[in-house]
Design a protein around this ligand. Structure first.
Ligand SMILES: NC(=O)c1ccc[n+]([C@@H]2O[C@H](COP(=O)([O-])OP(=O)(O)OC[C@H]3O[C@@H](n4cnc5c(N)ncnc54)[C@H](O)[C@@H]3O)[C@@H](O)[C@H]2O)c1
Length: 253
């Protein structure tokens, strides 16, 4: 799919990996709707990038909120051809810790935002994509979800987070089969350690120690590198049904 013919819904587009994807796509001529809860950051990004960007305050877990965001996107841009899902949270809590068993509410909240939220947005985006005229490759749309290396190498305290990311990996193939009839592709990206606001607060010592664990290059990933891969997936008709690690070959113990 050509980027300059793309209208993309990008969740979590106000920060980190999502914001980098917004910037990459707009630079390539795409039109973008940012769905994010952080209105201040989202509106700033949209204002900076101009008329090709629409910000919508959307809670990905809420059906009515996503329906309204999709309706606003259709009203402004007339179609949706891509959906990149970066909205998510990271939580740290052990199955059983000094303070007792993992809080069930925190587990459910993580599932709700990272997994159900992702599903909620791409199912409704796919409904709109199915209405598009197919391009010369028969494509009507493409979905990119965000897993994590924690889907495979989850650490202590990542039970809830890893469960959501493993589920993102698990959805990829069946959804590619569900949506093939409509000419809609889906891939997931499993990032390693990326320098987003999450890590910027940790200090140089922690960043250095994490960087040392990466095989090559020995540094954290740049959000722009996530944006580049998301773009390659959108532009590559034969990429479908697969989760791609983007991690400098890190394998966490
Ligand atoms: N940064 C990393 O190293 C890394 C590694 C692996 C996976 N990931 C995944 O990448 C994705 C993006 O991470 P990031 O580092 O850019 O984080 P980030 O905190 O910079 O951005 C996440 C965005 O999601 C938004 N958001 C949270 N809950 C929402 C909701 N209910 N509805 C709408 N928007 C919501 C936040 O407002 C924020 O703008 C997440 O799914 C994360 O798990 C990140």
């Amino acid at each position: 799919m050509k980027l300059n013919e793309t209208v993309a819904v990008i969740t979590g587009g106000a920060s980190g990996l999502g914001e980098a994807t917004v910037r990459n796509f707009v630079a390539g001529g795409a039109k973008v709707a940012i769905f994010d809860m952080n209105a201040e950051r989202g509106e700033n990004v949209a204002e900076e990038l101009g008329d090709h960007v629409l910000f919508q305050k959307v809670d990905v877990t809420d059906e009515a909120s996503v329906v309204a965001g999709i309706a606003a996107t259709m009203a402004k841009f007339g179609k949706i051809t891509a959906n990149v899902n970066c909205a998510g949270i990271g939580v740290a809590s052990k199955t059983l810790g000094k303070e007792g068993p993992h809080d069930l509410g925190l587990f459910k909240k993580t599932i709700d935002i990272n997994l159900t939220g992702t599903f909620n947005v791409f199912r409704l985006a796919a409904e709109q994509m199915a209405k598009n005229e197919p391009n010369e490759d028969g494509e009507r749309g493409v979905i990119v979800n965000t897993a994590s290396v924690a889907a495979y190498d989850g650490q202590k305290g990542q039970v809830a987070y890893s469960a959501t990311k493993g589920a993102i990996v698990g959805m990829t193939l069946p959804v590619s089969r569900d949506l093939a009839f409509y000419g809609i592709r889906i891939c997931a990206i499993a990032p390693g350690l990326f320098l987003t606001p999450l890590f910027e607060g940790l200090g140089q010592e922690v960043v250095d120690s994490l960087s040392a664990q990466v095989t090559f290059p020995k540094r954290l990933g740049k959000p722009s590198e996530y944006g580049s891969l998301a773009r390659i997936i959108v532009e590559s008709p034969y990429m479908n049904g697969e989760t791609i690690r983007l991690d400098g070959a890190i394998r966490l113990p």
